[in-house]
Design a protein around this ligand. Structure first.
Ligand SMILES: NC(=O)c1ccc[n+]([C@@H]2O[C@H](COP(=O)([O-])OP(=O)(O)OC[C@H]3O[C@@H](n4cnc5c(N)ncnc54)[C@H](OP(=O)(O)O)[C@@H]3O)[C@@H](O)[C@H]2O)c1
Length: 320
């Protein structure tokens, strides 16, 4: 018994020592791809959802440093203003503005778009970044299950309201922040809102699969418009995303050395937004600033079309 314990302790000691010794290498590997493009965005307008924290905030800061006017769409304006202030502190010339947008409320989305279209006359880059993960069963104001409601349907409505402006501002790009989690999802058309049975992990995976399917179907519909749309897996990023799961929060804290920082997690969104070589690339999925694998269920055209139609129906919009 004592011998086994000693071996385990010694083993753990060796592993810890190795981790410490190789920490710089592990960090470099965990950081993943970096957007190397020096592209400037002077005179360009960018809209980022969920930009008050995590990946969205870092994306906002990077694009602002490239000279863009960045509109940070946040549900909590105070938190948004705090983030904008910290960006301005890091980069005093940053043109960042905070607008109120709650993706869990179609009235808020419509009000946001109305104000946006009145005040902003061009939109070159839209980054659908906001997201919720593994929250307890909740519904949006309109009665949609929270994951599919915010991560997919909210952004679907927002994009439909802004696509005219994007087309008029072309060349324009849309970046949909999805996840590797799409691999474990499937679209449950018979129970999209998980009323029959709810599993917070699966609901998240379903919504991230919906992101991939939306980007692919939308790219097909946007052919010839000079507006492109691609989806992204940012990597496993140490952000506030795990806030609803104690287990995942502990896991993310313990293994933080192996995870990306939000700045590292923002690289692929930034790459898809600015890289010169992607100017005509659409309907693709990226991770670590490179093309990435899409699960078979994310490549199914019939599912993509059906999801498009169901989304229009649920939101009461016509969009073709
Ligand atoms: N972190 C990862 O490992 C990881 C991996 C794969 C994919 N992703 C994706 O990356 C994206 C960004 O996530 P993150 O890691 O940066 O997480 P985060 O730090 O939790 O940021 C999420 C953002 O979304 C906002 N948001 C949530 N519900 C909203 C609503 N109803 N209306 C408007 N905004 C809302 C949050 O606002 P509040 O702060 O006010 O709540 C926050 O700004 C998400 O789409 C996520 O699915 C992340």
């Amino acid at each position: 018994g004592v011998m086994v314990l000693l071996i385990i302790v010694a083993g753990l000691g060796v592993v810890t020592l190795l981790v410490i010794l190789f920490a710089p290498h592990i960090r470099k590997y965990a950081a993943g791809g970096v957007c190397m493009s020096p592209a400037r965005l002077d005179g360009k307008t960018v809209l980022i959802t969920g930009a008050n924290t995590g990946i969205g905030k870092e994306t906002a800061q990077d694009l602002a440093m490239r000279g863009a006017r960045v509109i940070m769409a946040c549900r909590d304006v105070d938190k948004g203003e705090e983030a904008a202030a910290s960006i301005r502190a890091a980069y005093p010339e940053a043109k960042v503005e905070v607008h109120e947008l709650d993706l869990a409320d179609t009235c808020s989305i419509r009000a946001f778009a109305q104000k946006f279209l009145r005040e902003v006359n061009q939109l070159h880059i839209l980054i659908n970044n906001a997201g919720v993960m593994m929250c307890p069963y909740t519904k949006t104001i309109d009665g949609f299950e929270m994951h599919i409601g915010v991560n997919h349907l909210g952004h679907f409505l927002l994009t439909s309201l802004l696509i005219g402006l994007l087309k008029r501002s072309a060349p324009a790009r849309i970046v949909v922040v999805s996840s590797l989690a799409h691999n474990f999802g499937w679209i449950r058309f018979h129970d999209l809102h998980s009323q029959g049975s709810y599993n917070s992990g699966l609901a998240y995976c379903q919504s991230k699969l919906a992101n991939v399917l939306f980007a692919r179907e939308f790219a097909r519909r946007l052919k010839g418009t000079n507006v492109t749309v691609n989806s992204v897996h940012p990597g496993t990023v140490n952000s506030d995303l795990t806030r609803h799961s104690t287990l995942m929060t502990i896991f993310f804290t313990v293994f933080s050395t192996f995870l990306k920082t939000p700045r590292e997690g923002a690289q692929t969104s930034i790459y898809c937004a600015v890289a010169e070589e992607l100017h005509s690339i659409s309907g693709k999925h990226f991770s670590d600033c490179a093309p990435a694998f899409v699960a078979p269920q994310g490549r199914n055209e019939e599912t993509a079309r059906r999801l498009w139609d169901v989304s229009c129906e649920l939101l009461g919009i016509e969009w073709d």
